[in-house]
Write a protein that binds this ligand. Sequence first.
Ligand code: 4AD
Ligand code: MG
Length: 462
Amino acid sequence: TRIADILHNWQSIGIGNTVNLKGWVRTKRGNKNVAFIALNDGSIIHSIQIVVELAGFDEGSMKLITTGSCISVNGTLVESPGQGQAVEIQAKEIEVYGTADPETYPLQKKGHTLEFLREIAHLRPRTNTFGAVLRMRHAMAYAIHKYFNDNGFYYLHTPIITGSDAEGAGAMFRVTTLDAKNPPLTGTGEVDYSLDFFGKATNLTVSGQLEGELGALALSNIYTFGPTFRAENSNTPRHLAEFWMIEPEMAFYDINDNMDLAEDFLKYLVRYALEHCMDDLEFLNKMYDNELIDRLKFVVENDFQRLTYTEAIDILKASGQKFEFPVDWGTDLQSEHERYLVEKHFQRPVILTDYPSHIKAFYMKQNDDGKTVRAMDVLFPRIGEIIGGSQREEVLEKLIQRCREMHIPEKDIWWYLDTRRFGTAPHAGFGLGFERMMLFVTGMANIRDVIPFPRTPQNAEF
Ligand code: 4AD
Ligand code: MG
């Protein structure tokens, strides 16, 4: 039986009945006569208490039960006389599956810093914090699929290996071919990593958007949800080299429809967390961020503030605030500016639109003013940019003109231009950084702590 099922449904399981539990020992304490084991199987933040009357048990095997060991317990479900839990297990039989030498097992019962846990990323899922984060990550991924499925969107699988550079950001991971048994060698005898993907230059995708547009201009509403890669060497608490992105793309949507969808989607996800992850949220709220649950409720219940980039620049310039990066019309916003708008000025999520064209990607729809594009960024408290998106330029001639200005060879994206050549349509979409969303719903401060295996310039061992 899963410990979650026992703690949630002990009444229907029935006091006095025998259950079997398997899990990892968090702590063991007691005296000569009785031992109390806190057992956790990852199904819920709480551990269940196993009470062992030592007289009936072999002393040698009891010694093997230490923090980190794995055991299987047959026992009776009883009401707990102690405080803090309704039920506990009176052990009848215990089998030790795996020991964990107390001299070398790194996760002893004392609290560990998140920095230390990053160094043992292979074992940190066994902590309360990472159990909570990983269960919530699962719940959010499920909610994302549920939201789009319930709203008539199709999940489109876009390629990981691609010849296109959707964002024009330039920072990509190159894909090479390598016969592992018989690697090609350079003149000096080292492995030659310079070979391309069967003779073509390819990279790991930075975004599924351009392929997503191909899907939207056939199926009307699609979304992608997969890993994306950026080779930027930025060591911040909000950037990863490998992160997951959700990219809906909708035919017949304009920028306002796009903003409405983004706001509704984000509120749905936060509401889902409040309705389905309360055990974990209460733990995280208590441990790391005592405003977490209030902040989530606030976002669900209040409208996002919408304004243009130009209006935002005016606010920032009039703020009298000393920013590390000065702001002026035409400069890209840094996270300090975004967070000022969200946390100080409006005190709510913000959607900025109509950015200068020269700081945005080639595919965004041009406004009539000749200098801005129909971009939209959603800015969140503690995070800054959580979503980036836009209405797309659907007019072939204008799109080709932008490609020329930005030195994007037409022959490289002929397939993309074909969508505008044949049956073009107004359309729009956006990208949500999954880990940025996880930072928001868990209250964690560092993006390395909301993904099981963070890929950063320091970390790619396993
Ligand atoms: O703003 P970005 O670069 O937009 C795109 O990639 C568009 N193609 C999306 C679209 O319109 N379909 O990235 C989208 C989001 C950002 O708002 C941010 O949340 C996240 O992806 N993101 C990152 N998250 C973690 N680490 C990084 N290095 C990230 N770069 C972007
Ligand atoms: Mg962006």
